[in-house]
Write a protein of this length. Structure first.
Length: 131
């Protein structure tokens, strides 16, 4: 099985660049997938993202819908939630980092990133079930 990351966009933060900066990563056809956020300073990724399942889900959706905009609303919601999340916890994360509680800050970000990744998997699976 062959798989690759099809696209990504880096968002570089001014403060704590190595932890708060993130990538928006897409597997599959770029117009038929949902980009998921992942903070650069976090180790590891969900198995379904690196094991090929996410790419396969995107491929199934591409075969069904082509390069339509059926996931665009979901992508916009994910991006808005990520901005809201960062806005809400930025003070908490920065305080943790200032107090050298780096692992705790990374854990907080990783948990949220995992939550987003799981939500994206469920959205794709739901779209496939409606085929």
């Amino acid at each position: 099985f062959w798989m690759t990351v099809s696209g990504f966009t880096h968002v570089i933060r001014k403060e704590y660049t190595d932890i708060l900066s993130l990538c928006w990563i897409a597997n599959g056809h770029l117009l038929n997938t949902i980009y998921f956020p992942w903070h650069i300073g976090i180790k590891g990724m969900p198995d379904f993202l690196i094991g090929g399942e996410d790419y396969q889900l995107s491929d199934i959706l591409y075969q069904k819908y082509g390069s339509g905009k059926h996931l665009e609303k979901n992508q916009q919601e994910i991006e808005a939630e990520e901005r809201e999340f960062l806005s809400e916890i930025e003070k908490e994360v920065k305080l943790l980092l200032e107090n050298r509680r780096i692992e705790k800050a990374k854990e907080l970000l990783r948990n949220k990133d995992m939550e987003f990744a799981d939500r994206i998997r469920k959205i794709k699976e739901s779209q496939i079930r409606t085929l």
